[in-house]
Design a protein around this ligand. Structure first.
Ligand code: BGC
Ligand code: CA
Length: 283
């Protein structure tokens, strides 16, 4: 499979890709540069870190900023605070996305990447609940096709955890380890799922995205990406078979930057599978 460069954005920390079905737009962010992109277009420069976002039913975006959730109107660029999180100053929101019920699920990380001081939150538009605590770098999230299983990555563990997911209550139960990523492949980062139930995981430091069967823990496929730190991926395109991949330039040596000059770019690869949709926020 051939990975193609969509945009040589030289993002410091490209992240949070999200596919808007209504407008067929691929949104993504540069967390550190505080930017939101729509494909190759710079959509907004914000006042604070932007970890993740998701399309809303009403055409707006919900933003996971440093320690808050906000509504963003892409037409006027107006932001409205929806929920403020009680987080240590050394934390910020990282990966997040909506569940199939329209809740926004997002997790925080210790910016020093050491303390298990992060949490995973679930916001239904009114109430913000804590789903997980003691996470160091909350990262990829995905649901099984029947939405009964939630997958989550805390990057330093190099694991994917599976939980029973109750879509009615939004509660997690029965945590277990689904996948262990060997050290030689890098660090498990952003994640999405396909309609066959397999997980697609970006490998930070691994210059690749990978496909895994979460029921057996088996690696099914590895696709090289010409960027060292691949950070996240999401399915999009008319047939939802195109995997969009974000990447980062941060923490790279001069030698690595010479070897991977496209680091920080946005990439695309056509797969043989159909991805699960990007779920929208309920409002
Ligand atoms: C975070 C980065 C972190 C990386 C590897 C990313 O999702 O945004 O800050 O360095 O994961 O753990
Ligand atoms: Ca990530």
């Amino acid at each position: 499979m051939n990975v193609e460069l969509v945009f040589d954005g030289k993002a410091t920390l490209g992240e949070g890709p999200s596919w808007d079905e209504k407008t067929q737009t691929l949104y993504w962010v540069d967390i550190v540069q505080k930017k939101i992109y729509a494909g190759k277009e710079l959509l907004a420069e914000l006042d604070d870190f932007i970890g993740c976002l998701a399309p809303c039913k009403n055409g707006h975006l919900i933003l996971g900023k440093r320690a808050s959730f906000a509504d963003f109107d892409p037409v006027t660029s107006r932001q409205t605070l929806l929920s403020a999180l009680n987080e240590p100053a050394t934390n910020r929101l990282n990966d997040g996305k909506c569940d199939p019920g329209g809740r926004f699920i997002a997790g925080t990380m210790d910016m020093n990447e050491k303390d298990p001081a992060g949490s995973v939150y679930s916001f239904d538009g009114t109430v913000t609940r804590t789903l997980l605590r003691n996470v160091t770098i909350s990262n990829g999230m995905a649901w099984s096709p029947d939405c009964k299983t939630f997958y989550h990555i805390d990057t330093p563990t190099r694991e994917v955890k599976a939980f029973d997911y109750d879509l009615t209550s939004g509660e997690l139960a029965n945590p277990r380890t689904a996948i262990r990523v060997p050290e030689s492949l890098g660090w498990s980062d952003g994640m999405t799922s396909d309609t066959e139930g397999n997980l697609w995981i970006a490998l930070w430091g691994g210059a690749a995205v990978s496909c895994w069967n979460p029921n057996t823990g088996q690696l099914l496929e590895q696709i090289s990406v010409p960027a060292l730190h691949t950070s996240s991926c999401i399915f999009g395109g008319r047939n939802r078979n195109e995997l969009f991949i974000t990447s980062a330039r941060k923490n790279m040596s001069e030698t690595d930057l010479q070897k991977y000059p496209l680091s920080g770019g946005l990439f695309r690869v056509e797969t043989k599978v159909e991805g699960m949709p990007t779920f929208e926020f309920s409002t």
